[in-house]
Design a protein. Structure first.
Length: 168
């Protein structure tokens, strides 16, 4: 008969091996769950930061153009519009939303001013000034990210507001 261990030497029993394997599996699965959780939180924070950063840049850019404008053509005083049209140094500048991106048309050239990584869902310009005063334009910009393949885990919506007054 073949002996696998010497007499007097102890070996692991089947139950001890099963308990050890179960404890190892529980520890490893807990560790993997924690790693996936940290990764998910990191991705969600990245999406939030990306959307907030893009919206702030766009709002700052549009606000600067409003402040430097010679004339606000659209929206007229007391109205709102999804298009902002102004003149600056005899050049007509237009901001508008198309296919989830904000565009600027200047000197006949149309250029996107938002990243293609986020989806701009709404833009609204309202002229809240009264007759005889400088134009005050309120800007409301909404964006969202539906995540990869429409994943609910990474869905994030944000709307930012700001106002800018024409200085000239």
């Amino acid at each position: 008969m073949l002996r696998l261990h010497k007499k007097g030497q102890q070996a692991f029993t089947l139950i001890e091996t099963l308990i050890y394997s179960s404890i190892t599996a529980i520890v490893l699965s807990s560790l993997l769950s924690y790693i996936f959780l940290v990764s998910s939180v990191r991705n969600k924070n990245y999406i939030r930061e990306e959307i907030q950063s893009n919206l702030r840049i766009v709002l700052d850019f549009i606000s600067k153009e409003i402040r430097m404008a010679d004339e606000i053509i659209l929206p007229t005083k007391g109205t709102s519009s999804s298009i902002l049209r102004l003149t600056s140094s005899s050049t007509e500048i237009t901001f508008f939303l198309s296919k989830g991106q904000v565009f600027i048309t200047k000197d006949g050239t149309t250029t996107p001013i938002t990243s293609s990584q986020i989806y701009i869902s709404s833009i609204d310009f309202s002229n809240s000034s009264v007759l005889g005063n400088k134009d005050i334009i309120n800007i409301k910009l909404g964006a969202n990210n539906l995540g990869s393949a429409g994943s609910v885990d990474y869905r994030y919506n944000l709307t930012l507001h700001t106002s800018a007054q024409k200085r000239k």
